[in-house]
Design a protein around this ligand. Structure first.
Ligand code: GAL
Length: 387
């Protein structure tokens, strides 16, 4: 590097600006040291929609601890839409007193007391999607209120934002959160409008890439398998978000939920469970807390996986890991069991490779050149492959 370029970089660093992903990213972006791995937690929306209350949130926090979810890495307890009802005479946002009689600060204290973190939700427009007050014109005021309450995560939606530019509006929040002075994970939720992956890394910690998920195989698989190509925008502190988990909500078969979980892990997606943590079957709990699957998502290298092979309804996705190995998903989107062959050359391996089944925590053995597995309908075999 030339001396003059070194001087220029030193000046930029001194000004608090660094190069990131080819774009100028403000070092002061909220949470520049947050979300070094994809955020893990729970969010009320997928299961409870507007039916939120402080009792539900406390019970979710309790269950996150007692179920083993916290020990598996889940940390954020996030209230989605409908906690807010109005603004007071000073313009401060007001929580629904019937549903949150103790207020959000007390709830944050409770959640923190369990070693967990609290998230809230707002909207960049005039109203939230459920027509509660939005944050337009109140960005700094709201950021300061959240910081004063002890909030650790904020998801900001994009309803009732007609005529607004998402990059401009979300940048206002980034700066407001920085000014509020508390480390708060910033989740951009504008459903992929105006390619948030191009400006998101300089703005927030995660950004939704699609419209809403629902608890069906069709919607989940369309969203998950459409993420290919976005991997270059993700990395520590800034993640693509293909939406929250539906695992355990009842609309998919166990194999389909395993596809959901494995694909999200390979995508280095945020893992925000969206089920009722108080009433989980042991199968759901096992899926959500599988340590070797979670380790793929949370790998320190922070690489988002991508598709390395496909043929009809069969797809192979791979994610390179910090220890030099690869996590590999053999996915069958078809309607009957099919065999899938992984050619090790697609991973840059010539000859022998060691294989481990991550769902089952079992070494499969060593194979030469390729490995073939029978994969159930709407199913996945998730492997760790190393030289
Ligand atoms: C949608 C958002 C959902 C949920 C919902 C709340 O726009 O994508 O995840 O937050 O609003 O009304």
């Amino acid at each position: 590097m030339s001396a003059s370029r070194q001087v220029l970089i030193a000046i930029l660093l001194a000004l608090g600006i660094v190069w990131s992903n080819g774009a100028l990213a403000a070092q002061s972006a909220p949470g520049s040291s947050l979300a070094q791995t994809p955020p893990m937690g729970w969010n009320s929306w997928n299961k409870f929609a507007c039916n939120v209350s402080e009792q539900l949130i406390r019970q979710a926090a309790d269950a996150m601890v007692s179920s083993g979810m916290q020990a598996a890495g889940y940390q954020y307890v996030n209230i989605d839409d409908c906690w807010q009802v109005s603004r007071d005479a000073q313009g401060t946002i007001v929580a629904d007193a019937a549903r949150f009689p103790s207020g959000i600060k007390a709830l944050a204290d409770y959640v923190h007391g369990k070693g967990l973190k609290l998230g809230v939700y707002t909207d960049a427009g005039t109203l939230t999607c459920e027509k509660r007050p939005g944050s337009l014109g109140h960005e700094l005021q709201d950021a300061k209120t959240y910081a004063a309450w002890g909030v650790d995560y904020v998801k900001i939606d994009w309803c009732h934002a007609e005529g607004l530019d998402p990059e401009v509006q979300y940048t206002k929040f980034r700066d407001a959160l920085a000014q509020a002075g508390r480390p708060i994970v910033f989740s951009i939720c504008n459903w992929g409008v105006k390619a948030p992956w191009t400006w998101g890394p300089a703005t927030g910690n995660l950004w939704r890439t699609t419209g809403d998920i629902n608890d069906t195989w069709d919607r989940m698989s369309v969203i998950g398998f459409s993420q290919n190509g976005l991997e270059k925008f993700a990395g520590p502190g800034h993640w693509n978000d293909p939406d929250m988990l539906e695992v355990g909500n009842g609309g998919m078969k166990p194999d389909e939920y395993r596809v959901h979980m494995a694909l999200w892990a390979l995508l280095a997606a945020p893992l925000l469970s969206g089920n009722d943590l108080r009433n989980m079957t042991s199968e759901t709990k096992k899926m959500l807390t599988n340590s070797e699957v979670i380790a793929v998502d949370q790998d320190a290298k922070g690489v988002q996986g991508h598709r390395v092979w496909d043929e009809g309804p069969l797809e192979i996705w791979a994610k390179s890991l910090a220890d030099g190995s690869s996590a590999v998903g053999l996915f069958n989107r078809g309607e009957s069991e099919l065999k899938i062959t992984l050619d090790f050359k697609t991973l840059g391996i010539n000859g022998r490779a060691k294989l481990r089944d991550l769902w089952q925590h079992k070494d499969v053995g060593v194979a030469e050149d390729s490995y073939t597995a029978a994969v159930p309908k709407h199913g996945v075999v998730l492997l760790k492959v190393s030289k």
